[in-house]
Write a protein that binds this ligand. Structure first.
Ligand code: ADP
Ligand code: MG
Length: 545
């Protein structure tokens, strides 16, 4: 008679109302807390060890969160904030996550005072729009062709990284690379970070990192008899193998005498020889193949003095096609000289213990590569990530040439403007807008904290200077003092700051809107990687999950 109605599957867990909100916010805060200490030039690095014992050392918010492999659904949403930030603008990942966390923590405080979540969400959305307005008005125009300026911006993004010591050298390379691939359009400039190929090789030092005018392949020439250097290269680009295809089904071949065997092998050889003939008769002196090249084919290619490289990544094939003006063909049939790509020089060079193939002086100068060097595997990995950030910020400014000062100055100024604006509002909306403004100040606060300053004193100092109309005052972590970042020429792209506000605001509101979490029972796990301390810590806070 009194049977409860079963709506959900057995084993489903459910938490709702305040409790769900509280759990969600706790999970999000744990994520924000975990990257907080890495913010800014004096931030620390994290060492992450995965299930296989591989180590990553990084300061990059997106990388850290990605490697952490979090479980909680809301924690995952925070990780996505970093990802979006990384995809859209390439920098400011830690900032976005820390800010999103602070928005949620302030929201929690308001909810504890009985402010209803929807009121907070509306207030945050309103504040977010206003903040974007203020930011746009604050931003300064720069000249996108001003190399010195671009270099400074790249240096700021590199400041918090492992290679900060060499930031000037690396920033220079990043600026040159981006300017190389930038195109003028009727309305401004177009630039794609993807056009810069970054290849890494452990060994040497960070200052051995070089910019190469062309495409760099981490592959060697396949046969010792082939030339190592081809000038005025005519390059055939293929994505089919130079091999005799094996049948898919098990076929049986009855060979009864040695003559038949010989005929069979000759036939194979003939096919391969013909393939090579096609490459050579099209006029190619270089062959770059996405698939394999048979030993016999290699031999014939070598005889024809053709330099060949095999098993090249698809993305590299596309870059090569773009750079050399060639066409990637999926079959040898019909290869013509007009399909060939052109380059001044294709050469195999020794880098450390490995050999790499350099395709230089391409038809379009729009192809550049950066060869990242550094003491160890981990150094080059982190350097590659840092260079990615630097390339992105330079691209951001070239495409939209507007900047704001760093060191938490722009956040502090927007916070001040929001507070002034909030005086015109009433009731709970005012509270929410004020909370948003305070949350913004977590950036200068955290920068001060990480620089070993007294964070509260520093923030008060920053606030009062902003009151006195010094809009670019923020934290100078190097000297551990409050300073005018405009005078120190510490600038960041407006695009990065705009995206930070957008992605953090959206994620915070989305998390606040959830008041019911219904989780299906977990499918049986089959011995995944061991759980790290982060995960177990989070599970403790999860309660219901
Ligand atoms: P994110 O992942 O958010 O980019 P970072 O660790 O790169 O995090 O730190 C970025 C913060 O460090 C920004 O707020 C930036 O303004 C600040 N910053 C970088 N260089 C300087 C500098 N020379 N002086 C003051 N602040 C700096
Ligand atoms: Mg950064």
């Amino acid at each position: 008679m009194n049977q409860p109605a079963m709506v959900l599957k057995e084993g489903t867990s459910r938490s709702h109302g305040r409790e769900a909100q509280h759990t969600n916010i706790t999970a999000a805060l744990l994520i924000a807390e975990s990257v907080r200490s890495t913010l800014g030039p004096k931030g620390m690095d994290k060492m992450l060890v995965d299930g296989f014992g591989d180590i990553t050392i990084s300061n990059d918010g997106a990388t850290i969160l990605d490697e952490m492999d979090v479980q909680h659904p809301v924690a995952k949403m925070m990780v996505e904030v970093a990802k979006t930030q990384d995809d859209e603008v390439g920098d400011g990942t830690t900032t976005a996550v820390v800010f999103a966390g602070e928005l949620l923590s302030k929201a929690q405080a308001l909810m504890d005072k009985d402010v209803y979540p929807t009121v907070i969400i509306d207030g945050y959305q309103y504040a977010g729009e206003k903040a974007l307005d203020f930011l746009q008005k604050l931003a300064m125009k720069v000249n996108p062709a001003d190399k010195a300026m671009l270099k400074k911006i790249a240096q700021v993004s590199l400041a918090s990284k492992l290679l900060a010591e060499h930031s000037e050298y690396i920033a220079d390379i990043a600026v040159k690379a981006i300017l190389e691939v930038t195109e003028k359009t009727p309305t401004g400039f177009k630039s794609d970070v993807e056009d810069v190929k970054v290849e890494k090789k452990a060994g040497g030092s960070l200052t051995d990192t070089t910019l190469i005018q062309g495409v760099l392949l981490d592959k060697e020439v396949v046969h010792p008899g082939m030339p190592r250097r081809v000038e005025k290269a005519k390059i055939a680009l293929l994505n089919c193998p130079l091999e005799v295809e094996k049948t898919e089904t098990d076929a049986k071949l009855n060979i009864e005498n040695p003559d038949q065997m010989k005929a069979f092998l000759n036939e194979e050889e003939k096919i391969l020889k013909e393939m090579v003939e096609k490459v050579s008769s099209a006029g190619a002196n270089v062959l770059i193949c996405e698939k394999g090249i048979d030993d016999v084919a290699q031999h014939y290619l070598a005889k024809k003095n053709i330099l060949a490289v095999r098993r090249v990544k698809q993305s590299d094939m596309e870059k090569l096609a773009k750079a050399t003006g060639g066409r990637v063909l999926s079959q040898l049939e019909g290869l013509k000289s007009s399909d060939l790509g052109l380059a001044d020089l294709v050469e195999e060079k020794k880098v450390s213990d490995d050999k790499m193939t350099f395709v230089e002086g391409c038809r379009t100068p729009k192809a550049v590569s950066i060869l990242v060097r550094g003491g160890t595997e981990r150094v080059v990995d982190e350097a590659e990530r840092a260079i990615h950030d630097a390339l992105c910020v330079v691209r951001d400014v070239v495409v939209e040439p507007r900047v704001v000062a760093g060191g938490g100055a722009s956040e502090a100024e927007v916070a001040r403007l929001l507070r002034t604006h909030a005086q015109r509002l009433t009731g709970k909306q005012q509270l929410a807008v004020q909370a948003y403004a305070e949350a913004l100040e977590v950036i200068p606060l955290t920068l001060a904290e990480n620089a070993g300053m007294d964070p509260i004193n520093a923030l008060m100092d920053v606030r009062s200077k902003h009151q006195a109309k010094q809009r670019w005052v923020g934290i100078d972590p190097y000297k551990g003092r409050v300073a005018d970042l405009g005078k120190l020429e510490v600038y960041e792209p407006l695009a990065v700051k705009v995206q930070t506000l957008k992605s953090a605001g959206e994620a915070a509101c989305m998390i606040l809107r959830i008041d019911d979490v219904i989780a299906a029972s977990k499918a049986k796990e089959g011995g995944g990687p061991p759980k790290g301390p982060e995960e177990s810590a989070k599970e403790e806070g999860e309660g219901e999950f």
